[in-house]
Design a protein around this ligand. Sequence first.
Ligand SMILES: Cc1cc2nc3c(=O)[nH]c(=O)nc-3n(C[C@H](O)[C@H](O)[C@H](O)COP(=O)(O)OP(=O)(O)OC[C@H]3O[C@@H](n4cnc5c(N)ncnc54)[C@H](O)[C@@H]3O)c2cc1C
Length: 398
Amino acid sequence: MSSTQLDVVIIGGGIQGLLALNALVWKGYSCALVSDGDLGSGQTLHSHGYLNTGFGMFGPELPHASADVVQPYLEERGLELSHDWVMIPPPNMPLFEGLPTATLPSGFAAPPGLSAVGLPDRSVPKRRLVEIVSQSNADRILRGCATPRWTGTRVEAVSVRVPGSSDEVVLSTKAIVVAAGCGSKRLLQGLVGETPQIEQIKHRRVHMLCVRAPRGSLPTTSVVAMPLGLMLAAHDQPDNVTWYVTPMEMGGRSYDDIPVDAASDVDPELVARGCATLLTLFPRLPEVHGLQLGCYAGYRQDVGDLPGNRMCELVEGTENVIIALPSGLVGPWLNATRTCDIVGGLFDPSRSHAPLPGGGAGVRIGSVVEDRPDFVWRGWDEWLQQYPQLSVQTSRQK
Ligand SMILES: Cc1cc2nc3c(=O)[nH]c(=O)nc-3n(C[C@H](O)[C@H](O)[C@H](O)COP(=O)(O)OP(=O)(O)OC[C@H]3O[C@@H](n4cnc5c(N)ncnc54)[C@H](O)[C@@H]3O)c2cc1C
């Protein structure tokens, strides 16, 4: 067993933990980040073309934060942003000022009587994002499962169980940041029990239909079709265009006993329904040259009823436990700044840069679900065999 003294220990190697690590180290805090799996292997790489940075449909705040904070950060690091987003709003929805009229690319069919507007959104390739944000402080990352040592109101240390060995590393610390994604709620319940603050954390299941074809065979515009309840994020990749199609579920049922890597079983009925809706929006899908389809599901952790809310605060009943939960979008960047403010209110940085024993060893970046070896891609005919209910719809459309 070895022991090290630090200012802050961050639990969780997803986008939130990594951004918090960079921000705190930059301020002069001595930190360690503990990640129990490959970096990003939780929700971050278990969700489509992370990240949409600024949905204009939720009002002007997100696009402003995206333009002022997130986009400069990404552009400075050479990350290419795709920005061709349109929305089909529901009838009578009051639109935020300045959303321009847009044209849907050829092949798309807007629901009768409705038209499209442009959205000030951007999206970035998620694996590349994880790669870039983990580069500068890789030696501050420790691979293992973190367990806080709790004295009643304070965490004094974090034990780290190194995978595949009986070794335990103890990190003495002045504060911890819980950025453990789907593991955060369980971890906090273990420390302080159930509180109104913790009850607000909800895990919701999201289905993802992946559609892939060679470049030029599918449009590269992302479409949020609100009356159909479908979001289609299109990513132009070096060898193909991939669409990540999500049946939009706001609120709804939440789950408690879920895996920390966010993986969930797929409900075939929901996939078939999502695909049928996609066919309404893009009827010529079955004729696309080189078409492949696949699907997966994951748990998204929300704060309250809607995605996009953040929770970055001191946990009630503790002196030094900070929770940092984004529900995607611009949340992780804003939370990283807020985390520094909270830690700054607790103590000054030690400015110690002592090496972290074991830091960087065995640390790898995860793969996005659709690039993992066990992911199944199917051609259209094989897809129809899997989801026969779609044959009826395609024959009706002919
Ligand atoms: C299917 C799906 C679709 C989504 N769609 C979108 C979208 O369209 N737009 C958008 O902006 N957002 C979307 N999201 C949400 C977005 O992916 C997440 O908000 C974001 O990735 C969360 O990042 P995080 O760092 O908080 O958590 P995670 O990426 O989950 O990282 C937390 C990490 O902590 C690790 N961990 C947990 N417990 C411990 C422990 N005790 N010790 C060490 N490590 C631990 C976990 O293994 C995990 O790797 C979606 C999510 C899902 C699942």
